[in-house]
Design a protein around this ligand. Structure first.
Ligand code: BES
Ligand code: ZN
Length: 882
């Protein structure tokens, strides 16, 4: 940092604001370098504040103040003070008053992409978390909720479309000029972070949706001109989301119009501004020859997520930013449920757990670990994390499991009823769960406060004579930064006992009601659950559907796992049993590679997979997941210390190769029989078939690179949709074969004008799993198509390299770490948010073997000694090193 360390903000210091802002009227004259904002605020003393006579301290950054007046009287400069981050009005009336200000700003120079900026010539805003203060002075905190009216004015040629939150009121020309205006009014009070405005030359797709109560809502998707043919899927997704929220949660939309605007320069995925969602265009634009199945699935899920925020986030918002998971964890839970209902629930659950293990578990195990509701932060933007989002969603899911679906729904209704229009807290949310169920969630609340992933150990003992089965469960939670001592968690475990015939036994535990979906609750450090009337030896199936986000260690023998893999009625645990076996195989292979021994064919595992693959009742997407080994992050996470990522990679590849050999006939059959005929559609069955086909191709290539390369290259040449193209390229980029660079070149030559496909090209290049990858990635920084201004381009090249290419990133000489540090240092000057996020890729360095750990630490230190350094990057790097 320049001078001193940036301050830390603590949850325990929360105080209600001394003032509230009831209404806001903005008059914005858009201009690339001198946008003028006139703002009129109706300010009242906050009856809930204990502070009397407080000066009014407004937040503001990168603004030029032109004038300020109270109740129409212009203030002399002695009555107020301006700092780089605030405007303080020393004395204010003790009654309601009007504050008028005029400020100026330069969207063109806004490289942080926070506040008002230009994305490829389009004016747009991003105000969460603290961007509104870069538009005008304000009480920029979520517990200040105001009614906004906005008048936008711009050159008609430069910005023929003018949008803001709420409902459109009037529009027209500004007489005698080439300018025009539009007025928008949002009837719902909202915090400033939900404010948005857009101005530019945009094309639009329109449709409508009639809500359950008969209100007709106009739907619009705005995109850059020429991209109109890529909006249809996003539009369909809006309509399915609206319909789903009505049936699943009884929630209707509340304005006359709902708009989505797609822009190409965006720090995040998308933003839920009231009535005017702004999206990274990667999550809007889709047609078969430019978007993959995964893109289609992501678009549907993210459109849903932002739409669902209208109730969980907008109508009920957060009191302060510590409560972020109140809206994000809950809304991720809602979008997961939506996707489960739209597609396969079993597959969705497996994919979500894979993500959790690859992203959240490492976070929880490293120096950046923090509770789902953090207790302190330096820069709130650093807390939009896998823990707040994905673990936050798991915590909501556990409450649903504990309450049961019906009671959970009543608790949600109560929450919407009780807190509509308010800025709420996690305590208030959980109180609704308690009040609707009569259940105490006091101990459960620790899930919000204690960081780290609980480890649960299970031992089972069947007594043939007494016909009892004793299941002993113990829990352990390791210390995490700032939390040396931990208390036991309240862990809901969905459970079954599988009998020798492969069917679930009837469960009977003395004193416990386990009718319906059986769930046992572990609250103690150790507890034995005794099941009665167990006539034959059962195989316990624990944590079904991944009912709790824990690491489970069982005493199950390989043959029990193979049995569950083939017969468990819970499809998640079928998959999980396979993953547990595979993790063991990779672990073994690591030991053998270290001591130079050979790795045998995993016969029993292959046989079990073969049996699964031949079951044609199973969903092809599920089969593709059965064929996919645990990720390298997952395996490294299990090892916890002294990880050599290159060795993990080699071991996993060896197992893939042996599996490919063992399943050769089956894989070839899959390759031949899963070709999808007819026009492309992203439906679950055809996308599932493509996923299975590509999983098979990957294993074929792992066991026989030459054959795999030939199949993949032919597949690439004959592909008629982007899913097949990328499927082929993803296999080729993992191989050291001549077809790899040939295909990459052809891809860029054919798609170099489509920025989203150029992003895919950079991402593929970043993933070549070879120690020389850092060199290749560094060279690509000088590629004519690389851009330091585009977050998507940076994430494609650098983000993919650091998170999806363990071999390259962890190159033994530290070249990967140095590359990342250099990029972070340079990017920190223009876009600290994205720089800090990339710096987060060092999060697991402490678990590396000594050589790499030292090199990574050195790279982190080189960032920390840079001056000046943003708060964002400073916080991530200093916490990483601590
Ligand atoms: N509210 C966030 C967007 C956001 C995050 C704005 C951080 C400012 C700072 C939005 O609802 C969101 O969560 N978006 C996710 C995608 C979503 C599907 C999880 C994103 O942008 O990654
Ligand atoms: Zn969100």
């Amino acid at each position: 940092m320049d001078t001193e360390k940036p301050p830390t903000i603590h949850l325990r210091n929360y105080k209600p604001p001394a003032h509230l802002i009831e209404t806001v009227s903005l008059d914005v004259k858009l201009h690339a370098t001198d946008t003028r904002v006139r703002s009129t605020l109706a300010i009242v003393p906050n009856p809930k504040s204990s502070i009397k006579n407080a000066p009014l301290v407004l937040d503001g950054e990168n603004l030029t103040l032109h004038s300020v007046a109270i109740d129409g009287d212009r203030l002399p400069s002695s009555s107020y003070a301006v700092t780089p981050t605030s405007l303080t009005i020393k004395a204010t009336p003790r009654k309601p008053f009007r504050l008028d200000m005029e400020t100026g700003l330069s969207p063109k120079d806004n490289t942080e992409l926070s506040g008002l900026y230009l994305s490829n010539g389009i004016y747009c805003t991003q105000c969460e978390a603290e961007g509104f203060r870069r538009i005008t002075y304000f009480l920029d905190r979520p517990d200040v909720m105001s009614r906004f009216t906005v008048r936008l004015e711009a050159d008609r040629a430069e910005a023929p479309v003018l949008l803001a939150n709420g409902n459109p009121k009037t529009e027209g020309d500004v007489p005698g000029t080439n300018r025009h205006f539009a007025v928008w009014d949002d009837p719902f009070p909202k915090p400033a972070y939900l404010f948005a405005m857009v101005g530019g030359d945009l094309a639009v797709a329109t449709d409508s949706f009639t809500t359950r109560s008969g209100r007709k809502v106009e739907l619009r998707v705005y995109v850059e001109p020429g991209k109109e043919d890529r909006c249809a899927w996003a539009m369909e997704s809006i309509k399915s989301s609206m319909a789903w929220d009505e049936t699943a949660f009884g929630r209707e939309y509340d304005l006359d119009i709902f708009m989505v605007v797609a822009v190409s320069m965006f720090n995040m995925g998308a933003m839920e501004n009231k009535g005017l969602n702004v999206f990274n265009d990667k999550y809007v634009l889709a047609k078969p020859d430019s978007a993959t199945d995964l893109d289609y699935i992501n678009i549907e899920a993210i459109i849903a997520h932002e739409y669902f925020h209208n109730w969980t986030g907008n109508r009920i918002t957060c009191r302060d930013w510590f409560q972020l998971c109140l809206k994000e964890g809950l809304t991720v839970f809602r979008d997961q449920e939506f996707s489960s209902d739209m597609r396969s629930r079993a597959v969705k659950r497996i994919q979500d757990v894979r993500t959790l293990r690859a992203q959240q578990f490492p976070e929880d195990a490293g120096p950046l670990a923090h509770p789902v509701r953090p207790a302190s932060y330096i820069e709130i933007n650093n807390f939009y994390t896998a823990t707040v989002y994905e673990k936050g969603a798991e915590v909501v899911r556990m409450m649903k499991t504990l309450l049961g679906a019906e009671t959970f729904r009543r608790a949600m209704d109560l929450y919407f009823d009780r807190h509509d229009g308010e800025a709420a807290t996690i305590e208030q949310f959980v109180a609704c769960m308690e009040d609707a169920s009569g259940k105490s969630l006091k101990q459960f609340f620790r899930w919000y406060e204690q960081s780290g992933t609980p480890e649960v150990t299970m031992r089972g003992k069947w007594n043939a004579k007494a016909k009892t089965f004793d299941l002993t469960l113990s829990q352990k939670l390791a210390p995490t930064p700032g939390q040396a001592k931990k208390e036991p968690m309240h862990i809901p475990l969905a459970i079954g006992l599988v009998g020798p015939n492969g069917h679930d036994m009837q469960l009977d535990i003395a004193g416990t009601d386990i009718s319906g979906e059986p769930v046992i609750e572990l609250k103690e450090k150790t507890k034995t659950f005794r099941f009665r009337n167990v006539g034959s030896r059962p195989v316990p199936s624990i944590n079904r559907g991944f009912s709790a986000p824990i690491k489970l260690r069982t005493d199950l023998a390989q043959k029990d796992l193979l049995f569950l893999m083939g017969s468990d009625s819970d499809s998640f645990n079928r998959w999980e049993a396979g993953q547990t076996i595979a993790r063991g195989l990779i672990g073994d292979a690591i030991k053998k590679l270290k001591s130079g021994r050979g790795i045998a064919e995993p016969k029993a595992y292959a046989a079990a997979l073969r049996q699964t693959l031949s079951d044609d009742r199973l969903d092809p997407q599920f089969l593709s997941l059965m064929l996919t080994l645990p990720t390298e992050q997952d395996v490294a996470g299990e090892m916890a210390r002294n990880v050599d990522p290159a060795l993990v990679h080699r071991a996993r590849e060896k197992i893939r190769a042996r599996l490919g050999e063992a399943l050769d006939g089956d894989l070839t059959r899959i390759w031949r029989t899963t070709k999808v005929a007819g026009a492309y559609a992203p439906d679950p069955d055809s996308s599932g078939k493509r996923a299975l086909r590509h999983a098979a191709l990957g294993l074929i290539a792992a066991s026989d690179a030459k054959r795999g390369a030939k199949l993949a290259f032919d597949h690439f040449l004959s592909a008629t949709n982007m899913t097949d193209t990328i499927g082929a390229l993803s296999v080729l980029t993992q191989l050291d074969v001549p077809q790899r660079d040939e295909a990459l070149e052809q891809f860029l030559a054919a798609n170099g004008k489509d920025h989203l496909l150029v992003d895919k090209w950079f991402a593929l290049n970043a993933q070549l799993p070879f120690p020389e990858a850092p060199r290749r990635v560094r060279d690509l920084l000088d590629h004519p198509q690389f851009s330091w201004q585009s977050p998507n381009r940076l994430r494609s090249l650098i983000g993919s390299f650091a998170t999806l290419n363990p071999v390259g990133f962890h190159a033994e000489d530290g070249a990967g770490y140095r590359l990342l540090a250099d990029v972070v240092i340079r990017l920190d000057r223009s876009n600290p948010q994205v720089a800090a996020r990339l710096a987060g890729s060092f999060k697991s360095y402490k678990s590396l073997e000594a050589g790499r750990r030292t090199l990574a630490r050195k790279a982190l230190k080189s960032i920390l000694k840079t001056e000046p350094l943003s708060r964002d990057t400073y916080e991530i790097v200093s916490r990483s090193i601590a």
